[in-house]
Design a protein around this ligand. Structure first.
Ligand code: PHE
Length: 449
């Protein structure tokens, strides 16, 4: 059966695109990378990159997807026939493949912790005991690989059915409840002793702490949280009808993302400082800190379980989008092929992710360029592949799409003024490619020669 899927409503698209964007990136990765990268200055640069580069790129991917109504490969072919630009789509598919392989490991951690809140294992422990318990959980090879498998199996099952039905129904209630729970959590976190030090850490920039690596990390983080640079947003907007308002969708997705990032930061850093922990604990930060905060609330574990359910959901909707972009290309709109490819690719991703899962435990000694397998995979995706993908898209769109056609596409269903459009075009044409290129050169040490 051949069909080009469509979102059933405008809201469906925004929810799915926001669902792809909001996930581990904002809630788990942002606090830990900000913690490792010195806090305030990182946050400031991250915001700048999100607004000046991420938002314009998101809109550019929307324009590519909706104007062609095709998948991540065919859309580039339709715009620039006879050229090699479609490789940008393949790069995005490869990036999502590697990304999902380790993303799912963290998704597995959420599942494991959810199970623990339900069995009561997490009731009334001390901060050290929480840390210890978490350490024991993720270093256990069977538990971590098993949970990684379950997370992948859920992702595969939903993508195999067709992502629209899977996402639209469930997304509607998630975002508001997630916001609410965060507010409760932040209230507890901010009223802990010494909480202000955490707020200062997050918001008071100390630019003397900035290094090339921190700037690159902020760039990678801003693309990561918005899911841009990998053609996921091209794919999602290809399922979109012509009437929807692209600029408004992009702005609301970016707004929600920044909001969640700030909420996550405010929930975590005050607690980190109040408990006398170090903010640079790495990937385990969120899981080490949150149980203690929840434990200090009435019905804490009930709230924690609710939080984990939403967090799981947020990470699943992101995971769907990573698998979807690959499956949509391979199955070419054929429903039977969709099921087969979802399982084939999904299981392969599971297998490729096993070393990442083990790298917190039995394989923690294995190092690639001085990083664990997990950290190396994350670095490759977030700090190299996504910025390179974003760079190519920022060159492609102004070069291969006519300015007038772009204006027409972006102003369809919206009241985008010519002036704002021109600002966007300038950002895309000059600022984005040059800025991304400079950051990448900076990391190669070119300026220090
Ligand atoms: N934006 C997602 C998150 O923050 C991650 C993601 C990146 C999803 C790229 C799809 C593509 O969790």
């Amino acid at each position: 059966m051949r069909e080009h899927q469509q979102w059933s409503s405008k809201l469906g698209f925004i929810l799915a695109a926001a669902g792809s964007a909001i996930g581990l990136g904002a809630i788990w990765k942002f606090p830990y990378i900000a913690g490792v990268s010195g806090g305030g200055a990182f946050f400031f640069i991250f915001l700048l990159f999100t607004l000046l580069l991420g938002l314009p790129l998101l809109l550019a991917e929307f324009a590519v997807g909706r104007s062609t109504q095709k998948d991540a490969i065919q859309s580039y072919k339709a715009i620039a026939p006879g050229t090699k630009w479609f490789s940008v789509g393949y790069l995005g598919m490869i990036t999502c493949f590697i990304l999902l392989s380790f993303y799912s490991v963290i998704g597995g951690w959420i599942l494991l912790y959810l199970l623990k809140t339900l069995t009561g294992d997490l009731n009334g422990l001390s901060q050290e005991q929480y840390g210890q318990l978490f350490g024991e959980t993720i270093t256990d090879p069977v538990l971590s690989v098993g949970a990684h498998f379950v997370f992948m199996a859920i992702t595969i099952a939903v993508v195999a059915k067709g992502v629209q039905k899977g996402i639209e129904r469930t997304s509607k209630f998630m975002m508001p409840v997630l916001f609410l729970l965060f507010i409760v959590l932040i209230f507890r976190s901010l009223t802990l002793d010494g909480a202000m030090e955490g707020v200062r850490f997050l918001f008071q920039p100390d630019f003397s702490k900035l290094t090339s690596e921190t700037i690159l990390a902020a760039l990678g983080q801003s693309f990561f949280t918005l899911s841009v640079g990998v053609s996921v947003m091209v794919t999602y907007s290809s399922y979109l009808s012509k009437e929807s308002n692209l600029p408004q969708s992009a702005v609301s997705i970016v707004g929600m993302n920044i909001f969640i990032v700030v909420l996550a930061g405010l929930a975590i850093f005050p607690a980190v400082f109040s408990f006398g922990l170090k903010p640079d604990a790495g990937p385990v930060l969120l899981f080490n800190v949150l149980p203690t905060v929840f434990n200090q609330m009435a019905f804490g574990m009930v709230f924690f379980a609710a939080f984990l359910v939403l967090f799981l959901f947020a990470s699943l909707t992101s995971a769907f989008s990573m698998l979807e972009i690959i499956v949509s290309v391979l199955s070419k709109g054929d429903a039977e092929k969709r099921t087969k490819w979802s399982w084939a690719i999904g299981l392969l991703i599971f297998a490729v992710g096993i070393p990442s899962a083990l790298s917190f435990g039995v394989w923690s000694d294995v190092s690639i360029f001085g990083k664990t397998i997990f950290d190396a995979a994350d670095y490759l995706v977030s700090n190299i592949l996504m910025p390179v993908g974003a760079l190519l898209i920022s060159i492609f769109v102004p070069l291969k799409m006519k300015k007038s056609a772009l204006y027409e596409e972006l102003s369809k269903g919206s009241s985008l003024s010519k002036g704002l459009f021109n600002v966007w075009f300038l950002l895309m044409r000059y600022v984005a490619p040059i800025a991304i290129f400079l950051v990448l050169l900076d990391v190669l040490g070119v300026w220090k020669l």
